[in-house]
Design a protein around this ligand. Structure first.
Ligand code: NAP
Length: 292
């Protein structure tokens, strides 16, 4: 029997509904909606699509999302002074800079300039450090957090399970491996230097297999143990412009117990987690104001 689909759209809707209730309660208590400021440089079409998705979700949830669209040739100094201004603005709860940035700007320096309390993307060193130390401060990055929620929706307990992550980026692979470790899985991270034959052997051990390589069909049926949970983070474009993941979906589904589709799996969950982090940032901000 083919594996069950983990429906990211349906799960995202229930998370957004919870965020909507929290945002409404916040608005009643504080006299304003939680606010998210989004900075975008240039007109990269994919970034525009992602930002539009974030604004639509904010509207559904009742988050006051503001855009700061700047030309691609904005200097790093000008970008940092905008961030400084938004850091100081008490009306701003969450702040994110859409990646990737143009080549003349250091992404690391820009993310480091965001106040950790407003870092709803969870990319700041403070958030990354808190995750590594197993502390509740900071924010968890949205995509790995969404993957963990999808896995939790299967009802499978990760304790003692073998988890394999393909990809070691700072925004997906590494934080996801830490979250799986926190849930007591035994974790292996693979990457582009893992020899292809070794990758197949490692992946076949996985009870939980997560592909975040940005490489179409890097996971075939040969990589998958029967009964595994397979999560596809990849978002790639086929030659005819269609969206596809990293997993060869149909044959892998025949072996997996659970599998995410692309689109409709991790993508909507990433946005739902951004909404959750933003509401959380507003609530923490409210508590900080009350403390004076
Ligand atoms: P990234 O920064 O390019 O990292 C890709 C990682 O995969 C790297 O660690 C790379 O290894 C590894 N890799 C590449 N080819 C590989 C191969 N053939 N075998 C094994 N490992 C391989 O990308 P990312 O930002 O983590 O994103 C990964 C994918 O997820 C992309 O398709 C991206 O569009 C997608 N994504 C989706 C969402 C969503 O919301 N659905 C969010 C974020 C990202 P090295 O480190 O050795 O280079």
């Amino acid at each position: 029997m083919p594996g069950a689909i983990m429906d990211g759209r349906a799960l995202a809707r229930t998370i957004e509904e919870d965020c909507r209730r929290r945002a409404a309660a916040y608005r009643q208590r504080c006299g304003r909606a939680p606010r998210l400021d989004v900075v975008l440089l240039g007109d990269d079409p994919a970034s525009r699509v992602y930002v539009r998705g974030k604004f639509r979700a904010s509207e559904r949830v009742g988050i006051d999302a503001r855009d700061h669209f700047l030309p691609a040739d904005t200097s790093e100094a000008d970008l940092k002074s905008l961030i400084e201004r938004l850091n100081r603005d008490d009306a701003v709860d969450g702040l994110l800079v859409q990646l990737p940035l143009p080549g003349h700007i250091s992404g690391n320096a820009v993310i480091a300039a965001i106040r950790p309390e407003k870092d709803v993307d969870g990319f700041h060193m403070h958030s990354a450090g808190a995750l590594m130390m197993g502390r509740g401060e900071g924010f968890r990055p949205c995509t790995p957090l969404g993957v963990m929620r999808l896995i939790a929706s299967t009802g499978i307990d990760l304790c003692g399970k073998e988890a394999v992550v393909i990809g070691r980026s700072n925004i997906v692979g590494k934080p996801l491996a830490l979250m799986l470790l926190e849930a007591n899985a035994t974790v292996t991270i693979t990457h582009s230097r893992t020899p292809a034959a070794k990758l197949e052997e490692i992946c076949r051990r996985a009870d939980i297999l997560i592909a975040a390589a940005g490489c179409p069909k890097v996971v075939t049926a040969q990589h998958v143990k029967r009964g595994a949970v397979v999560v596809d983070v990849g978002m790639n474009r086929t030659a005819d412009g269609k969206l596809c993941g990293d997993v060869d979906f149909e044959p892998v589904r025949e072996r997996a117990a659970f599998i995410t589709p692309v689109p409709g799996g991790v993508g909507p969950m990433t946005i739902a987690m951004l909404m959750q982090n933003t509401v959380e940032a507003a609530e923490r901000h409210e508590k900080a104001r009350a403390r004076g």
